[in-house]
Design a protein around this ligand. Structure first.
Ligand code: R5P
Length: 272
């Protein structure tokens, strides 16, 4: 890997911990005004807490302060809505646009086992070819159709394919025996949160993923749909970057992210 890719990856993965808390707010690109993102002002206090924001260009242009220190990973695939055939995605954003938006990475979905799996895999290959030219890291997202089992065998297949095609890191879902998915994938894995869970369960999932070898999260609904989004953000950060227990993280969430432990964790990270 050359300097450009490594430098951009260091804006996504905290060099002190090698891990990342990405905030996913791209849902509207196929779901429309998702609960919690209807008014994008809701995410303003969350953005500075994230290592990286995963978003579309429309949201960056309209709703994000360009002076924010948080890096950006740009969603570059799209096409079908939630009403259509989801695997029918293409690359819809140019590399020039990603560079203009000062993205530190670009992300697209692959749909292994779905109707258009071969096209989405070819699209990933083409995106990697182009991104390589500009030193741009590529995130492949293993989208899971309704009919697919979210198990280690399927997710392991999809993550390994993404890495073999050339993705620099992969986003997938947590599952039983998640360590098998991680072991079979030669590039870093981050987990999506999926549908909103009770906060304790979301924190257990985060902790389980990190213990199994995930390098972080790219989480959306379990943060911005929480009754305390800032609290959840800080709780997830504490697990990912400091390895705190689920119970400690839950306390951070319950205190709305304002507990002594949350502050202490952030202070320690600043000084580390
Ligand atoms: C899904 O394709 C979107 O790209 C989201 O970024 C991803 O699912 C993560 O969000 P959530 O944690 O809400 O699943």
């Amino acid at each position: 890997m050359d300097f450009g890719i490594k430098n951009r990856l260091s804006k996504i993965f905290n060099p002190k911990t090698g891990k990342t808390v990405m905030l996913a707010v791209d849902h509207g690109y196929f779901q429309g005004p998702t609960t919690g993102l209807r008014d994008m002002k809701n995410i303003v206090p969350l953005v500075p807490q994230a290592d990286c924001l995963f978003a579309t260009r429309g949201i960056l242009r309209t709703s994000i302060d360009p002076a924010v220190r948080t890096s950006v990973c740009l969603r570059v695939s799209g096409g079908p809505s939630i009403l259509g055939e989801l695997s029918n995605e293409d690359i819809i954003i140019s590399m020039e646009e990603a560079l203009r938006l000062n993205a530190s990475g670009v992300g697209m979905s692959i749909f292994v086992g779905a109707k258009n799996e071969d096209r989405t895999i070819s699209n990933l290959g083409r995106l990697v070819n182009e991104a390589q030219r500009y030193g741009m890291p590529v995130l492949a997202i293993t989208a899971v159709g309704k009919e697919m089992a979210r198990d280690a065998r399927y997710l392991g297949l999809a993550c390994r394919m993404a890495a073999e095609i050339g993705a620099n890191f992969v986003k997938t879902y947590y599952c039983e025996d998640f360590h098998k998915v991680v072991e079979g994938c030669p590039v870093p894995i981050v987990i999506a949160g999926g549908k909103k869970l009770p906060e304790m369960d979301a924190l257990k999932m985060t902790s389980g993923a990190i213990k199994a070898g995930a390098k972080g999260v790219d989480m959306g609904r379990n943060i911005f749909q929480s009754d305390s989004p800032v609290g959840m953000m800080k709780a997830v950060r504490a697990i990912v970057h400091k390895g705190v227990s689920v119970e400690e993280a839950f306390e951070i969430y319950r205190a709305g992210g304002k507990s002594l432990s949350a502050e202490t964790i952030d202070e320690k990270m600043e000084k580390a």
